[in-house]
Write a protein that binds this ligand. Structure first.
Ligand code: S0N
Length: 273
């Protein structure tokens, strides 16, 4: 049962993109392949995330998969070829890394609503989201070393921040699968609920975040990212500091003085300890 009255934002082939009450919901819609992604799926996800970033009425983004079997089973093995996943133009692509960057950079919380298998690149997708709420039938794991792939980026380093180095190596080296309860116990998910309560529970948390200061949430996300993201993380945090400076009278004085062809009166602004 859906807890909100979702309306379609835009029609896509591989995903469903909906909005209700400040929440955007993006659903990978390829149930026949357990919501595996092909390059087109990833391009559509990127477009939807870009729309979420731009729309000021979107406060939180939810990522999920169609059905009760899978959140996402990673790269579509049917289209995997020499050099990546073969796109409609015949060119191999690994564009899912661009999607990871979008989720990471999104200046709003992104919640993975995991409704079944989160495996391989599908597992990495939930890892890069800010929060994960899982149904009790969800199963988590990496499969790369079993099927000929790996993610040495966020899929390993950020995973290790969640569960620790030893556990991250176990997850990758052994390619075991873990229950939702085991995932919660190791700090990989925030909350586990019965499948039929998954959307309701996710919306409940989204509504709480929508009541919080959007700038405070944004800066916390930037700060937590910056530790791992090096110069890119510092750049994004600095960019938001600039945004906040633009909102201050002190910054506006500089612009006004330039336009009025006078010296700026910065002396009047406080020099806080
Ligand atoms: C999910 C699993 C464990 C479910 O097993 P179960 O319940 O036995 O169901 P199946 O019968 O196996 O599956 C049901 C139907 O779905 C199809 N299917 C499932 N997964 C895929 C898939 N990934 N691609 C294509 N089809 C899939 C099955 O074929 C079946 O269809 P029918 O009924 O027609 O036979 C199990 O299905 C499983 O293990 N799936 C494969 C998981 C996997 O190995 N995924 C790929 C892992 N690799 C990647 O994701 C690549 C990562 C990547 O691209 C990358 C590269 C660099 C940096 C980052 C990344 C990144 O993605 O993060």
């Amino acid at each position: 049962m859906s807890a909100l009255n979702w309306t379609s934002v835009k029609e896509f082939e591989d995903i469903i993109f909906e909005f209700a009450d400040g929440i955007a919901k993006i659903t990978i819609n390829r149930p026949k392949v357990y919501n595996a992604f092909r390059p087109k799926t990833v391009n559509e996800l990127i477009e939807a995330f870009d729309i979420c970033r731009e729309r000021q009425d979107v406060g939180v983004v939810v990522l999920t998969g169609t059905g009760d079997k899978a959140f996402c089973s990673g790269g579509d093995q049917n289209v995997k070829g020499y050099g990546g996943y073969i796109d409609d133009d015949g060119v191999p692509r690994l564009n899912v890394l661009d999607l990871h960057k979008r989720i990471r950079s999104m200046p709003k919380p992104v919640v993975a609503m995991v409704n079944g298998y989160a495996i391989g690149g599908g597992h990495v997708l939930h890892v890069v989201c800010d929060l994960t709420i899982a149904s009790d039938n969800a199963i988590f794991g990496q499969s790369g070393p079993k099927v000929g792939s790996f993610d040495g980026g966020f899929g390993s380093s950020y995973l290790a921040r969640h569960v620790g180095q030893k556990k991250a190596r176990e997850i990758w080296f052994l390619c075991k699968q873990y229950s939702a309860q085991e995932a919660e116990d190791m700090g990989l998910v925030n909350r586990v609920v019965p499948l039929d309560e998954l959307e309701e529970a996710t919306i409940e948390w989204c509504k709480i975040m929508l009541q919080r200061s959007p700038m405070a949430l944004r800066m916390i996300k930037r700060g937590l990212n910056a530790e791992l993201d090096g110069q890119t993380g510092i750049m994004e945090m600095a960019g938001d500091a600039t945004l906040m400076f633009y909102l201050m009278e002190e910054a506006q004085e500089g612009r006004k003085a330039f336009l009025e062809k006078r010296d700026p009166e910065f002396q009047k602004f406080p020099k806080f300890p």
